[in-house]
Design a binder for this molecule. Structure first.
Ligand code: ADP
Ligand code: MG
Length: 388
């Protein structure tokens, strides 16, 4: 899935209305019928047909036929478009550069603001791997009967935004959050290598204790990262300072399985240091001996509960539960351990799935993109530039 910044320039206002109507219709319909698109957009049938045709051509929506009626659904591309347009309208970002990462559940791009300052855009892609599994385990969805990739990806982004903001405000070494929209987060670009790519560190012992101190510092503030591994720790190129990223799976130290998550984070670092740097220490933090938040002021002042601060900040407990339910059931990062070096374990897509029922087709997974932006394709460029 590539981002196509050219679309951001060439969409008309009627196309935008139709696209937004498809998005709104998707909240209650897995497949949005054309009459509903007319109704929401306020455009006549002819107008909708013309505009939806051009949106479909650009893969921003896809036409789907099911047993009962024909309709449209928003594609990843359409959702990306809406999010990026919101960010660019607010002047948070201006151009899209190269993709620097493809996670299992996200795509990462370098983007820039109008002054050319580079940032990182993370697009959450929950549901990319398999929606088959989720069909069987829906209890946690409650009344919401379909677990759409849009909804889950947005929740993941909202959670990540909430945690990153609170952590950054409280002086934790995380990227500075810049803005967010729908399933996207815009953040500071960290000039760094993931620990995974670092062959040598001047002092493994020092880095080891810095990382363990961080785990403890998180926990004293009521939080556990939950996926504290060599991919989610960036080592700043200039200073060697560790920066922590990737927060959709963070949990509170009051979580039922807090101790398990805490120990898993700790063990992950121990194991990695043993394997990569041949460094082993008998000293490592234990959940049971932590001085809990509120039991006196720590050196860093973590006598507040950031888990509570986050809950109060707008990312609701209920959303948290829905997301956690999803992650534990189908996410490769959730439940069954963090992403270790052997990446695999993805469900194979055998194409035998009936599809359609959830409005989640497997072709969502790899929609071809026609125009792959090279360097910094500007979003606001004049419309006479090389339209493709
Ligand atoms: P995922 O949820 O897919 O694992 P991450 O947030 O861990 O996504 O990001 C994936 C990769 O993208 C990271 O390992 C890192 O290489 C890069 N990356 C993410 N955020 C930043 C950032 N703020 N600055 C620099 N690189 C980043
Ligand atoms: Mg990650």
């Amino acid at each position: 899935m590539k981002l196509d910044a050219t679309d951001l320039r060439y969409i008309t206002s009627d196309e935008f209305r139709v696209l937004t109507a498809v998005e709104m219709g998707s909240k209650n319909h897995e497949l949005v019928p054309t009459p509903l698109i007319c109704q929401i957009s306020g455009l006549r049938n002819g107008g909708v047909n013309k505009n939806i045709g051009s949106l479909a051509q650009r893969n921003l929506v896809a036409r789907v036929q099911n047993a009962k009626y024909d309709g449209y659904r928003l594609t990843y591309g359409g959702y990306d478009y809406l999010a990026m347009r919101a960010l660019s309208k607010r002047d948070s970002m201006y151009s899209v550069g190269n993709q620097i990462g493809v996670g299992k559940e996200s795509d990462i791009y370098i983007v820039a603001d109008s002054e050319g300052k580079e940032m990182v855009l993370k697009l959450h892609r929950l549901g990319r791997i398999s929606f088959r599994a989720i069909k069987e385990k829906r209890d946690y969805l409650g009344k919401r009967k379909s677990a759409s990739w849009m909804y889950m990806s947005r929740l993941a982004a909202e959670k990540e935004w909430a945690f990153m903001s609170v952590l950054h405000e409280h002086g934790f070494p995380v990227p500075k959050p810049v803005d967010h929209a729908r399933h996207c987060i815009l953040m500071e670009f960290i000039d760094a290598y993931p620990l995974r790519q670092v062959a040598d560190v001047p002092s493994p012992g020092k880095l080891y204790s810095e990382l363990m101190d961080l785990i403890v510092r998180f926990a004293r503030a009521g939080l556990i990262h939950g996926d504290f591994n060599e991919f989610n720790i960036l080592i700043r190129r200039e200073t060697g300072e560790p920066i922590v990223i990737d927060f959709p799976q963070m949990v509170s130290t009051s979580h039922l399985n807090a101790e398990m998550y805490f120990n898993r984070d700790v063990q992950c670092i121990r194991k990695y240091f043993r394997k990569r740097f041949r460094y082993e220490s008998s000293i490592y933090p234990k959940f049971s001996s932590l001085r809990k938040a509120g039991e006196g002021r720590g050196e860093e002042g973590e006598d507040f509960r950031l888990d509570v601060v986050v809950s109060a900040s707008g990312f609701k407990q209920k959303d948290q539960e829905v997301l956690e339910g999803y992650m534990n059931n189908v996410s490769p990062q959730g439940g069954g351990g963090s992403d270790e070096e052997d990446e695999e374990g993805e469900e194979e897509e055998d194409g035998s799935d009936e599809g359609g029922e959830d409005g989640i087709e497997e072709e969502d997974i790899e929609e071809p993109a026609e125009n792959e932006p090279e360097h910094h394709d500007t979003l606001h460029g004049p419309p006479d530039e090389d339209a493709v």
